[in-house]
Design a protein around this ligand. Sequence first.
Ligand code: CP
Ligand code: NVA
Length: 306
Amino acid sequence: MEVKHFLQFKDLSRKELDYIFDRARWIKAKFKDYQQYWPLSDRTLVMIFEKASTRTRLSFEAGIQQLGGSAIYLNTQDSQLGRGEPVEDAAQVISRMSDLVMIRTFEQDIIERFAAHSRVPVINGLTNEYHPCQILADILTFIEHKGPIQGKTVAWIGDSNNVCNTWLQAAEVLDFNVHVSTPPGYEVEVERAGLYGHAHFEEFADPMQAAKGADLVTTDVWTSMGFEAENEVRLRDFADWQVDAEMMQIADKKALFMHCLPAHRGEEVAADVIDGPHSVVWDEAENRLHVQKALMEYLLLGKVTQ
Ligand code: CP
Ligand code: NVA
C-alpha cells in the first residue's frame, strides 16, 4: 500500500482537508471536555529537528500523547544525522522503528528524500520552502472565527518565505485569494512555491494596497531560520513592511490578524496589532495541537467515522 505523506500543503486534496478541519474541531471539542480519546495507542511518532522550535515540538509531542501514543525527539546535534549519515539510511532505520515521522529541516529536498525511503508517513514540520502544518492551523482558526475561507482574501505582508509559499498553495487547493506585498527583490518565486500559476494571488508594491479590504492580514519574521546572515540587510529592506494599526484600519472592519510566531514586535508587526482586538494569534498557536492530531489520525487510520 502506498504511504501517504504530508510534505507540502497540496499533498492533501480539498476533500481531505475539509475532512481534517471537521475532524480537528471534533477532536478539539472532545479534548476540551476532558474526554479520553486514544485511537493511536501504542503508536510512536519520531520528531526530527534540525532547527529550533517551541510550538511544533510541543504540539506534536503533546498531540500524540493525547491520542494515546508516544513521541521520541531527535535533533541534529545529538544523533548521527549531524555526523553525515545519509538521509536515505536514516529514513530506512527510523521508519522501521516507528509509525510516523515529523521532520523540521532546511531544504525541501531533504524531507522528500527521507520520505522516498520511509515505510511510514512523513510530516513536514517546516522546511526552507514550506510550513504546511502552520497553514492547517491558520485555516482552522479562520474557519472558527469567520466561516469558510473560499472566496475570501488573505493579505500577506513581508517576506515571501516558507509560510507565504504555503498560503499560496493553500489558496490554489481551497480556492481563495492572497494579496502579497514584499519589498523589491523578495518577490514570490512561483516554481519554488510549488504553484500552478498566478490565478490565486496578486502582488502589490504597496503593502497598504495589499491589505485593503482583506479578511485576514498576516505576516512573519523578516529573517527566517537559516537566513540569519542576511539579518542586517533585511532589517533595512523590510522597514516599510510592518503590519501596524493604520494597515489594519484599511483591511475589512472585521479582519483577523495572524502570525505563526515567534514574533518581533516593532519589526514585522506593531505591538498594538499583535496584542490588539483583531489578533487571533493565541487561538492560532493552540490550533496547531488540534489540527495536527486530526492530521496524524488521518495519515495513520484514514477517515474515522466515530
Ligand atoms: N510557528 C512555529 O512553527 O513555531 P515554532 O518555531 O516554535 O515551532
Ligand atoms: N518563517 C519562519 C517561521 C518560523 C516558525 C522561519 O522559517 O524561521
